[in-house]
Design a protein around this ligand. Structure first.
Ligand code: NAD
Ligand code: WQD
Length: 336
């Protein structure tokens, strides 16, 4: 039997494919390489004794998807495939709804057709917006601020309804801010164009691709005035997916939303400091205005993941920066 990993050539999916192999599972990746490179799946295969099967197909292609289920003995699915750029989603909302909701609906159809019932879905802490209480707990109110965020909110709802009607068992994992890379330095994040997220920008400054970092606001109501997030090592996140599949295999039923974070909040200046320590050089930066749409602070309550999945993150901010820098230093231009 095998796990189908949609979007398995992407940043989180590629690390998860490796973690699944290490946990003894057979893996089939499906990806259309819209936001990833063949070199990522080559790196995954190199780390997994060439055992991971890679199928190039679009999840919106129902026939291709049915074929994947027919050709492989799949009994579990992890659904990473999605467009994920918040700003782009505001410019191209229909592309985001079509791709992110269409792929989720098509995937559930194909699972039902093939008699597969266990699904782990990539959701996001973006569904919390700025929570009233932090650390944020899974029962906090949810909503969205962007078309991208709505696709996560709506996908969770679609999966709740599908789980109830179609006898599926689903875990929606609400990721906080994934950073870091595989410790080998052969697998990591490779954003297209100028990155939007903090750590990829910091690392591109460190490697000389960007001149300096713009820090978006130092007038927040936080100890150093910069915004606070819950950064989580991508390998911890990957291991959280293995734990979620194990929980489903062991009888976790219905539809369950679970935070995957560390429970630790770090400010932008703390991240810059940790990155400078890992790199061994200062990261030049300039304070500029707040970025529109940013929240002040969020970090996860992690007790529910520990209780339901038996999973907690293990790697701290220093390890995240060490591994992200190791990847960036060895691959200054990513997979290109
Ligand atoms: P990514 O872009 O690196 O990976 C997504 C992969 O899905 C890419 O390889 C892309 O080519 C593929 N894909 C997209 N649409 C597809 C389609 N229709 N058919 C086949 N393949 C398709 O993104 P990531 O950072 O690895 O994120 C994975 C998932 O986690 C996404 O659902 C994302 O929304 C979610 N998420 C990411 C973050 C983050 O900060 N990276 C945070 C919270 C949630
Ligand atoms: C982190 C902090 C920025 C870049 C986004 C998505 C969210 C989720 C994770 C998927 C913020 C500051 C950043 C820069 C900066 N993705 N920053 N200079 O905003 O928490 O969330 O990614 O679901 O949906 O919105 O992450 O890495 O963009 O920013 O000062 O050049 O770093 O203002 O405070 P964010 P981020």
């Amino acid at each position: 039997m095998a796990v189908l990993v949609t979007g398995g050539a992407g940043y989180i999916g590629s690390h998860t494919a490796v973690a699944l192999h290490e946990a003894g599972r057979d893996v089939v990746v499906i990806d259309n390489f819209a936001n990833s490179s063949r070199k990522a799946t080559d790196a995954v295969r190199a780390l997994t004794a060439d055992s991971v099967v890679v199928v190039e197909a679009d999840l919106l292609d129902g026939e291709a998807l049915a074929e994947v289920f027919a050709d492989h003995d799949i009994d579990e699915v992890i659904h990473f495939a999605a467009h994920k750029a918040v700003g782009e989603s505001v410019q191209k909302p229909l592309d985001y709804y079509r791709n992110n909701l269409g792929s989720t609906i098509g995937l559930v159809d194909a699972m039902v057709g093939a008699g597969v019932s266990r699904l782990v879905f990539s959701s996001s802490c973006t569904v919390y917006g700025q929570p009233d209480e932090i650390p944020v707990v899974e029962t906090a109110p949810t909503g969205a601020e962007s078309p991208y965020g709505w696709t996560k909110y709506m996908s969770e709802q679609i999966l709740r309804d599908a789980a109830a009607a179609l006898d599926l068992d689903v875990v929606s994992l609400r990721y906080f801010n994934p950073v870091g890379a595989h410790e080998s330095g052969t697998l990591g994040e490779d954003p297209n164009g100028i990155p939007n997220n903090l750590v990829p920008v910091v690392m591109q400054v460190a490697v000389g691709r960007l001149e300096k970092l713009m820090v978006f606001g130092d007038d927040y109501d936080t100890p150093d005035g910069t915004a606070i997030r819950d950064y989580i090592h991508v390998v911890d996140l990957a291991e959280g997916h293995v734990a979620a599949l194990d929980a489903l295999a062991n009888g976790l039923a219905g539809c369950t939303a679970i935070n995957l974070g560390t429970g630790v909040g770090s400010s932008v200046l703390e991240v810059i400091g940790a990155a400078a320590d890992a790199v061994g050089a200062a990261i030049p930066y300039e304070i500029v205005d707040r970025r529109a749409g940013d929240i002040e602070q969020i970090y996860a309550r992690t007790e529910y993941a520990a209780e339901v999945l038996g999973w907690r993150s293990e790697r701290d901010l220093a390890a995240m920066m060490r591994d992200h820098w190791n990847w960036q230093r060895k691959n200054p231009n990513g997979f290109h």
